[in-house]
Write a protein that binds this ligand. Structure first.
Ligand SMILES: [Zn+2]
Length: 539
């Protein structure tokens, strides 16, 4: 029984969508998209006040492609465009995984009169009394949620109550679970953790420690032989080894961005002391932090400076020649982007490197250009997004209908015939009908969840308006607006708006249409050259 609060006006139906997480595991039929479509269509169709508005489903893996626009964001955009009134979600955690700071988004949705209903907890976001609970839940679960497995969603609440919380032992070197899922020390690994801390406190550096581990055949958490110095530093930095747990180490900048930002004190952190078994003493741990802080300041790698822009520029550049991404690297003291194919050897000769300093001027300039021509930009977006695939979807659905109808006729013909041979045929027909019906349901859902060109354009305009007016880019997450940057060469940069699917970027670099063109003069030593840049709308 769903106690939703949203009331429709007389004569109107509420558009109800569901948000689901689909499993990559083929044997897990329960969480396949087909079975969830069945579940929710039934649930929604039994309510005469409701109208099915589609199922939005993401697979569990989100970390790998943080800049990808997922179905969740698509659904939220549709909700703000008034195409959805109620969103059904299995549990708070399923929702919160997408926007770890869930409450601001929930409030924004409430203002837009959109209700989110959490089935498991049986609570509606239209009731403000639930806010405290949702906040509490997302706050404490924030860090742990990302590593949480599907089946422990709800136990976390009870663990919170009893002062315990969830830590994924499988993802922390040195820990494991016992048969009762209690966190315990994995002595085989913990032994090496102690070696790492002691060596580091004694003045060895992370590369030397990595070397020692490799020489002793110690495997990493993921079973590799190679230890990177940065993974050693990460271990040394982890407070869990001295028994403490720090919550909210990272946070998300805005509800719709999945990018995690290191918390440098902008948000409250919760330190829970002696929460878990201790591998190294607090004293040793502190000595190592002291050394590491000293090192960080000598190398002047201010965390604050590089963290944001590092994540934003990583993978931002796209090489149209070898179709690889760009990576970020310091060339002496200059921050540059290079084609990934040239990471080890100089294999991609056509690509050119780009100065990040230039981009910090170019991006705000391009934003200004788009802001100055907003209505024209919106028109261009709509024109580009105009759905052609809708027609082909309808044709495909019609074809499936005919096939299903033919099979049904056949089924009737065989209905009165008995005997083993006929039973086999009848079973086969039934199986085929089911398969085709599933296929049809998927296509219909695809049609339903397609974003209209106007809504897509508006959500991009919304991102554009949010962009701060500044001459030089500071640490704004520009990738909500610009998905990729095609580096034709250093003097011709094309910023991709719309989809971040690089497969739909034309293969011939000179054939990529560029609009809203502007220029920027950049200086390399005493020569000044002009860089032309503009946008490409990717459908
Ligand atoms: Zn390349």
């Amino acid at each position: 029984m769903i106690n939703y609060l949203h009331k429709a006006k007389i004569g109107e139906k509420l558009k109800v969508a569901a948000y689901a997480r689909i499993s990559k595991d083929k044997t897990d039929l329960e969480s396949s998209l087909e079975s969830q479509i069945k579940h929710y269509t039934t649930l929604i169709s039994v309510n005469p006040m409701w109208e099915f508005a589609g199922i939005y489903a993401d697979d569990g893996i989100s970390g790998a492609s943080i800049h990808k626009r997922n179905q969740f964001q698509l659904m939220i955009a549709k909700a703000f465009a008034k195409e959805i009134d109620i969103i059904l979600v299995k549990s708070i955690s399923r929702f919160a995984r997408n926007c770890l700071d869930a409450l601001p988004l929930i409030q924004e949705l409430r203002d837009a009169n959109v209700e989110v209903f959490f089935e498991k907890e049986n609570l509606s976001t239209l009731d403000t009394k639930n806010d405290t609970y949702i906040t509490l839940y997302s706050k404490f679960a924030e860090e742990e949620l990302t590593s949480m497995s599907n089946n422990v969603n709800w136990t976390i609440k009870n663990k919170m109550k009893s002062g315990k919380f969830f830590i994924n032992a499988a993802q922390i070197y040195g820990f494991m679970f016992d048969e009762n899922r209690n966190l315990i020390i994995n002595e085989k690994e913990a032994k090496w953790i102690r070696v790492m801390f002691e060596m580091y406190a004694d003045g060895h550096n992370s590369a030397e420690i990595a070397d020692l581990l490799e020489r002793n055949g110690v495997k990493t958490l993921t079973g590799l032989d190679r230890w990177s110095p940065s993974s050693i530093r990460k271990i040394i930095r982890n407070e869990k080894y001295c028994g403490n747990v720090l919550l909210q180490k990272t946070y998300s900048e805005n509800p719709l961005s999945q990018r995690r930002i290191i918390n440098h004190g902008e948000k409250e952190q919760y330190l829970i002391e002696d929460a878990i078994p201790t591998i190294v003493s607090k004293d040793l741990w502190k000595r190592c932090q002291g050394r590491m802080n000293d090192n960080a300041s000598t190398y002047k790698i201010g965390h604050k400076q590089c963290m944001n822009l590092k994540t934003a520029f990583t993978g931002f550049g796209f090489c149209p020649y070898c179709r690889n991404h760009y990576f970020r690297k310091f060339n002496r003291k200059t921050e540059m982007l290079y084609c990934n194919s040239n990471k080890d050897r100089f294999k991609c000769q056509e690509s050119e490197s780009v100065f990040i300093e230039d981009l910090k001027h170019i991006i705000p300039k391009l934003v200004k250009k788009l802001k100055d021509n907003e209505s024209e930009f919106r028109k261009e977006l709509i024109k580009a997004f105009e759905l052609k695939e809708d027609d082909s979807l309808i044709t495909e659905i019609k074809q499936l209908d005919t096939q299903i109808a033919n099979l049904r006729r056949k089924q009737e013909e065989y209905a009165n015939l008995t005997g083993d041979a006929f039973e086999t045929i009848k079973n086969e027909i039934r199986k085929q009908i089911n398969e085709l019906s599933d296929k049809k349901a998927l296509l219909e859902n695809k049609r339903l969840t397609n974003l209209s060109p106007e809504t897509r354009a508006d959500s991009i305009i919304k991102e554009l308006r949010k962009f701060p007016d500044e001459e030089v880019l500071k640490d704004y997450d520009f990738r909500n607006l610009f998905r990729q940057m095609v580096v034709v060469n250093r003097d011709r940069l094309i910023f991709v708006v719309g989809s971040d699917d690089v497969n739909t970027i034309p293969y011939n670099p000179n054939a990529i249409p560029m609009s809203f063109i502007d220029s920027y003069d950049h200086k390399v030593r005493s020569t000044t050259t002009t860089c032309y840049f503009g946008i490409f709308i990717n459908k």
